[in-house]
Design a protein around this ligand. Structure first.
Ligand SMILES: Cc1cc2nc3c(=O)[nH]c(=O)nc-3n(C[C@H](O)[C@H](O)[C@H](O)COP(=O)(O)O)c2cc1C
Length: 303
């Protein structure tokens, strides 16, 4: 499977297929259904300093071509993640990316500093969750705040590559990408969910108790492709492309606009085997096309 090897921020991945944060639990839940060692990597559910129960139900709704969610960053918290989840996850032969967030800059820094000393392959700062009042988007909607929170974390993250996950809920993503690069981020993940809303015409109430939620799935792929393309033209650090991927063609498309790796999110809810199928299909496609390595597609879109 050497055609699929990719390097993201100095870390070797046996293939570019990573499962996206929040759609694959802590990985372990899925180990009953698929061989998670075949994945290039797993980005775990966003970790915060303390355990979080999330927003009230209902918090998930299926839309025409994707889903709306307002989970509210529910997670077991840093201590339980380190003691209960990470040691089991580490038994699998795949890269572990720890997605994390905070309600304040101090909390981001505290979690980042703790994770820097743990046996994980990469950190991914989520500054883009649309479903929580504090944290997340508060830092990802103003380039100055982005610069500040990323540079504070960079100061304490000394031994791990640091990805920053950007929000699509901005008019122009380029200044945010630039702010991350200038603050010392090693790479960018793009995109998180798009803010949306759906209303039940019988009850006349929103389907989601939070009123609004994050839209994900195939509906958002063209937005994600456009944004990865813009980020690629703006910065020189690696990009992990996310948004609506359901098959190998989608992955090839993200590489052509500049991604060095991809994450699969909502598709895992449809069929947990999709990431493994994509890996096999990608290998076959590259072989048929005579492409020696998937990285040869990177940024090769013809405009
Ligand atoms: C139910 C759910 C929970 C999510 N939780 C997180 C999270 O904790 N941290 C994060 O950075 N992104 C989170 N995301 C965003 C996904 O990682 C991904 O960026 C987004 O769903 C777009 O990809 P997709 O269209 O392939 O699903 C979540 C998405 C969903 C659907």
């Amino acid at each position: 499977m050497s055609r699929l090897k990719t390097n993201i921020c100095g870390v070797e991945f046996k293939n570019p297929v990573i499962t996206a944060s929040g759609t694959f639990g802590y990985g372990l839940e899925y180990s009953k259904f698929i061989d998670i060692s075949k994945l290039g990597g797993i980005s775990v559910k966003g970790i915060s300093r303390h355990e979080v129960t999330g927003n009230p139900m209902p918090r998930i709704m299926e839309t025409t071509s994707g889903m709306l969610n307002a989970i509210g960053l529910q997670n077991v918290g840093l201590d339980r993640f380190l003691s209960e989840k990470l040691p089991v996850l580490r038994k699998y032969d795949t890269n572990i990316i720890v997605n994390f967030w905070g309600k304040s800059i101090d909390e981001y820094v505290e979690v980042a500093m703790a994770l820097d000393n743990e046996d994980v392959d990469m950190l991914e700062m989520n500054i883009s969750c649309p479903n929580v009042k504090e944290g997340g988007i508060a830092f990802g909607a103003d380039p100055k705040m982005t610069e500040k929170v990323v540079s504070e974390c960079r100061r304490v993250v000394k031994s791990k590559p640091l990805l920053v996950k950007l929000s699509p809920n901005v008019t122009d993503i380029k200044p945010f990408a630039k702010a991350c690069e200038e603050a010392g981020a090693d790479g960018i993940s793009a995109i998180n969910t798009l803010l949306g809303m759906a209303v039940n015409v019988n009850t006349r109430k929103p389907y989601i108790s939070n009123v609004t939620g994050g839209l994900s799935g195939p509906a958002i792929k063209p937005v994600a492709i456009r944004m990865v393309h813009e980020v690629y033209k703006t910065v020189s650090i690696p990009i992990v492309g996310i948004g609506g991927i359901i098959n190998w063609r989608d992955v090839a498309e993200f590489f052509l606009v500049g991604a060095s790796g991809v994450q699969i999110g909502t598709a895992n809810f449809v069929d947990p085997e999709i990431p493994l199928k994509i890996i096999d299909d990608l290998e076959e496609y590259l072989e048929k096309e005579g492409v020696a390595n998937i990285a040869d597609l990177k940024g090769e879109v013809i405009l």
